[in-house]
Design a protein around this ligand. Sequence first.
Ligand code: SF4
Ligand code: SF4
Length: 332
Amino acid sequence: MSNRKPVVEEFVPSGEQSALWPDVSGNTINGLGETEVRRPTPVMWHEPEKIAHGDVQKWFWAQGVKEPKLAAMRADREKVIGLQPRLIASDQNQMQATDASNKVKELARKAGAELVGIARANPDWVFEGYDFDYPWIIVLGVVMEHDKLLTAPEVTSAIEVVDKYTKGWKVARPVEDWILSQGWRAEASGGPSAGPITLTPAAIECGFGELGKHGSIINREHGSSFRLSAVFTDMPLVEDALDEFAADDFCSACQVCTKACPVDAISDKKQTVRGVEKWYVDFDKCFSYFAETYGCGICLGVCPWSTPGRAPKLADKFTKRREKKRQSESQG
Ligand code: SF4
Ligand code: SF4
């Protein structure tokens, strides 16, 4: 396992950035330590005027503008995001949910999505202050080039992130377009903005993988080297199943990301967040570093599951190990 040294021994955010931080901690907004289940509160990647950390978010965007290639790619992405969807057809195609699901997946893969899954929308995923009335979420995943991700927090990684968020929109558009052509409502959504719902639990629910200690999903083929986008719809579909392959067991014994994080933002223990015990990344520590650089992601790149070709072997090995443990426990 990689034992990458921290990029900086002791990180101190610039005075310019520090002056923009609000008094409230992002961890408080996220519900760290709260024992009751509740909807998430927008904390970052929403309209800056609507979030406590809006000035820090704006400052982060402004840093990126200083890098011409990054700025140009962001501008291209905005064009893709701004495309107007077609009008919804007046005749509604009452096709079988299995056929519709297969078609959606075929279109997404043809457009370039490496991952696609379907989940029933859960009201607990909707951010406070947002209305969401779609019963279905199609989650799409586009794989990042791992060697570029490994350069985080340098600009090469940031450019790769922008490229893959743009691709996320591009793979969502044909799915949105087809559903609208069939007379059902559809709305594409993707990064970097968060949209009306938090996508990570939806992606886990539809089989993308397990939540890792670094706070992102670990997938059995691509590790954490991918980005998400989505299409929301009322077209009847068929949900996919969870995919568990003992990544959580692996995380319990691994410390690669905790050691690699330059600001010790990754906790080695699960914590209670809005009524759920899970891996949690300290928002204030992570984002103050993230904003000062071109955006971080060191933890995603160094995760052993993200090394190309490694995740399937780990999934196989740890699934067998978990199964063996269960069998020996059931035999007393
Ligand atoms: S680096 Fe290790 S602990 Fe961190 S998410 Fe990946 S597997 Fe889990
Ligand atoms: S993205 Fe955040 S949690 Fe991950 S290594 Fe960077 S600062 Fe740490």
